[in-house]
Ligand binder design. Structure first.
Ligand code: HEM
Length: 160
């Protein structure tokens, strides 16, 4: 091989490595979540709750379509995992209590999240059995009631 041809091959190899590197950096940059500077950061519990809410909405909107049953079941399962995780997290309204009151309040929070989990299981059974109206009754009855009462009891009140 001539010296010129070998230099040219080396140059092509270098350019290839650089191009792959640039692609890797670009794809990493694109996968970063958009963060607005100065915006309040969501707590982990809030992130879990927001995800549960999204699933609940999807489930409610697609319950009566038999073709969507596999996707609905996936979302119900995800809701269960989120409720199961959330029950061991500590809301700010609990961590802000005097030390002596925290343990009982944490258990009460855990108990209520367990009830959400139980209703998710009931919901799943109705979806599996193809009983859309019973499934809907679980959402509009006990599930939304648990959400409302849980928030009244454990969510921080907005000042102003
Ligand atoms: C199906 C059931 C539930 C859903 C879909 C749900 C949904 C949500 C959503 C969307 C938020 C974000 C803030 C907002 O927009 O209000 C939130 C926050 C919160 N939820 Fe729930 N929730 C449910 C049940 C509960 C229950 C049973 C409790 C208490 C036992 C609870 C306690 C809280 C707390 C403490 C926050 C504030 C988290 C933070 O900002 O750090 N939630 N929830």
């Amino acid at each position: 091989m001539t010296a010129g041809r070998s230099m040219w091959l080396r140059w092509v190899a270098c350019a290839g490595v650089l191009a792959i590197g640039a692609l890797a950096v670009l794809s990493t940059a694109q996968s970063q979540p958009a963060v607005t500077l100065g915006a309040p950061q969501a707590t982990e519990l809030e992130t879990l709750m927001n995800a549960m809410n999204g699933h609940l909405k999807f489930i409610a909107q697609n319950l009566s379509d038999p073709a969507m049953r596999p996707k609905v079941l996936e979302r119900v399962h995800d809701m269960q995992r989120l409720a199961w995780t959330a029950k061991t997290r500590t809301p700010a309204t609990v961590s802000g209590l005097p030390q002596a009151d925290q343990a009982a309040a944490q258990l009460e929070f855990r108990r209520r999240m367990n009830e959400v989990l139980i209703e998710c299981c009931r919901l799943e059974m109705h979806v599996i059995d193809g009983r859309a109206s019973e499934a809907w009754n679980v959402i509009k009855g006990p599930m939304l009631k648990l959400r409302e009462q849980g928030h009244d009891r454990f969510q921080e009140k907005d000042e102003g």
